[in-house]
Design a protein around this ligand. Structure first.
Ligand SMILES: *Cc1c(COP(=O)(O)O)cnc(C)c1O
Length: 366
């Protein structure tokens, strides 16, 4: 059964602003003794005769999360065990041998998945420079699926979503945006005509570096049913506790994103003046900043060992500031600078973040 996208009477989302939706959507109706929050429903099976039936098909805790994320993205939502489960399910939509266009600087897991599917003859992947709109539009021509990630990870390139979507639709291709970096608070691709939005909810949506979860959103009922059917059969469903944790995180998404972005913007003002820095990349919004160290990869590795507050760790979007040299991963694109360090700016006091980072950078000069 498809999840009911409508929200409790207590939350008429059509007229509400995103911060209010983040707090109020997906809650039980306001009735005496009802809990304010959707409880964690631990169930592998349900008494027959209703809409739920079995734990791989439906769970009320997923539904609460899906209603909330769906309302923020302006569509309906399906949750998955991880971001990659959502990515893989969407890539599986294309026919055998079909062409998928994707940014060469997509999340490395997405690029690896495309390469693996291509190696097994499942599809043909064409990796593009997402900032070269003319080239991307040309690549759309015989494509079945156009995958966009904007901003890209960790190059922080921005795609012209509307122009590319129009070209893809003209060619009969579906368009997907991985909206993990922007979150629905800074970018709502469905409103720009995109067919599907994918999330690694592991990052900003959950926001506390303690859970893995993925999601797909769409406002196309047919695509929704197909993806729901694929999820039922692939079985890459989230746990009820994981869904509950992500929903709990999403209640403060607007506050966290606002603070992380303000901190990131302040660091972006200060970083270019530091002699250890060769380049600062920032798309103008969000909490991710990439810096390139003037003294190369060794200096970048040194930086990640010299801080006290900033934690050297992969992943991003948590309340705590983390960073890593992306090319330490063999899977990272060779076109990403060797000395690039991706900063996931957290919600601490920016002066403490700057003091710690600047002191560490001082030790990476010449
Ligand atoms: C982390 C990430 C993914 C993968 O999500 P998981 O939850 O780790 O499986 C996909 N896309 C982007 C942009 C990511 O940052």
């Amino acid at each position: 059964m498809a999840a009911d996208p409508s929200l409790p009477e207590s939350a008429p989302t059509a007229t509400l602003r995103p911060s209010t939706v983040a707090v109020t959507a997906g809650r039980p109706a306001h009735q005496p003794d009802a809990p304010l929050n959707e409880p964690i429903t631990m169930a592998s099976t349900y008494v027959a005769g209703g809409d739920l039936e079995y734990g791989r098909y439906a769970n009320p805790t997923w539904t609460a999360l899906e209603d909330t994320l769906g309302a923020l993205e302006g569509g309906r939502c399906l949750s998955f065990a991880s971001g990659m489960a959502a990515v893989t399910t969407v890539l599986d939509l294309v026919g055998h041998g079909a062409k998928v266009v994707a940014p060469r600087h997509s999340y490395s897991g997405t690029v690896l998945q495309l390469a693996d599917l291509e190696a097994r003859g499942r599809l043909v992947a064409e990796l593009v420079d997402i900032t070269d709109t003319d080239a991307v539009v040309k690549a759309c021509d015989d494509a079945a699926l156009v995958w966009l990630e904007s901003p890209t990870n960790p190059a922080l390139e921005v795609a012209d979503i509307e122009t590319i979507t129009a070209a893809a639709h003209e060619a009969g291709a579906y368009v997907v945006v991985d909206n993990t970096f922007a979150t629905p608070l800074l970018q709502t691709p469905l409103a720009q005509g995109v067919d599907l939005v994918v999330h690694s909810a592991t990052k900003y949506l959950a926001g506390h570096s303690d859970v893995l979860l993925g999601a797909v959103c769409t406002n196309d009922d047919e695509l929704f049913s197909v993806i729901k059917g694929r999820r039922d059969l692939m079985g890459a469903v989230p746990g009820a506790f994981e869904a509950w944790l992500v929903l709990r995180g999403m209640r403060t998404l607007h506050l966290r994103v606002e603070r992380a972005q303000a901190n990131a913007q302040e660091l972006v003002r200060r970083l270019p003046d530091h002699p250890a820095i060769a380049e600062v990349r920032y798309p103008g919004f969000g909490g991710i900043v990439s810096i390139v160290l003037a003294q190369g990869a060794i200096a970048a590795d040194l930086l990640t060992r010299k801080t006290k507050l900033w934690v050297h760790a992969t992943s991003l979007g948590g309340v705590e500031s983390t960073f890593e040299r992306r090319r330490r991963w063999k899977a990272e694109a060779p076109t990403i600078p060797d000395a690039l360090v991706r900063l996931s700016v957290g919600i601490e006091d920016v002066e403490d973040l700057w003091d710690d980072l600047r002191t560490a950078l001082d030790g990476c000069v010449g």
